[in-house]
Design a protein around this ligand. Structure first.
Ligand SMILES: Cc1cn([C@H]2C[C@H](O)[C@@H](COP(=O)(O)OP(=O)(O)OP(=O)(O)O)O2)c(=O)[nH]c1=O
Length: 200
């Protein structure tokens, strides 16, 4: 018998990744009355690790409230947040194509960190983890950046790229968690679910 969980995320990648390890899940999405984007604002000099864990906690608070409000059957709720950082700078999702070009120019020829926090709440119990990975992009010409941005892939993704997509052609090296870079670190996720006694 498998338990099901709620996935409070609009990211199709996170749902695919949960499928990959056989976690039955239902989406628990924010309604138009919730200002989901405002949860992701950065506080002054906040370190990236703290930022990503704090935002994930806020997403989970909002999701648990949503579950209560909607009167849905009780089940564990999972949230995650992915942040790309270059040094101490947090690079979020690009606002538009020009912003994606600007971000990718900074990442090209450099190594950066990808932090993904995941948090799960079951009843009153909450557990969380942060996965850290390093990604090194090869140098990219302006034409290569332009061509990549024209694919539309950078929009909606932290750091303006998808490791699982065409960006892979420019990624020289990865250290850490491939699934974490994509948006949900599966090793940590499975361990958190097990620690809560979720059968999957
Ligand atoms: C770095 C990287 C990020 N991403 C994606 C994963 C996340 O969807 C997105 C980071 O944004 P997030 O704010 O973590 O997630 P989201 O807004 O897509 O979904 P929600 O807040 O509802 O959970 O970037 C990739 O798909 N591939 C990558 O290589």
């Amino acid at each position: 018998m498998r338990d099901f969980i709620y996935l409070a995320s609009q990211s199709p990648r996170r749902s695919q990744l949960l499928d990959q390890i056989g976690v039955a899940h239902q989406l628990l999405l924010a309604g138009p009355e919730e200002d989901a984007e405002s949860l992701e604002s950065v506080r002054g000099a906040e370190a990236p690790g703290r930022y990503v864990a704090r935002v994930t906690g806020l997403k989970l608070d909002a999701a648990v409230e949503r579950l209560k409000r909607q009167g849905l059957p009780a089940a564990p709720v999972l949230c995650a947040d992915t942040t790309v950082c270059l040094g101490r700078d947090i690079l979020g999702k690009p606002a538009d194509e020009a912003d994606a070009v600007r971000i990718l120019k900074r990442l090209a020829g450099q190594s950066h960190r990808v932090l993904t926090a995941v948090a799960v709440q079951k009843g009153k119990q909450r557990v969380d983890a942060v996965s850290e990975s390093w990604v090194r992009f090869a140098p990219m010409t302006a034409a290569q950046i332009k061509a990549y941005v024209a694919t539309g892939e950078p929009l909606g993704k932290a750091g303006a790229y998808g490791v699982q997509g065409r960006a892979a052609a420019h990624i020289e090296q990865i250290r850490g968690s491939y699934s974490g870079i994509m948006g949900l670190p599966l090793f940590e996720t499975a361990a958190l679910l097990r620690s809560l006694g979720v059968r999957c």
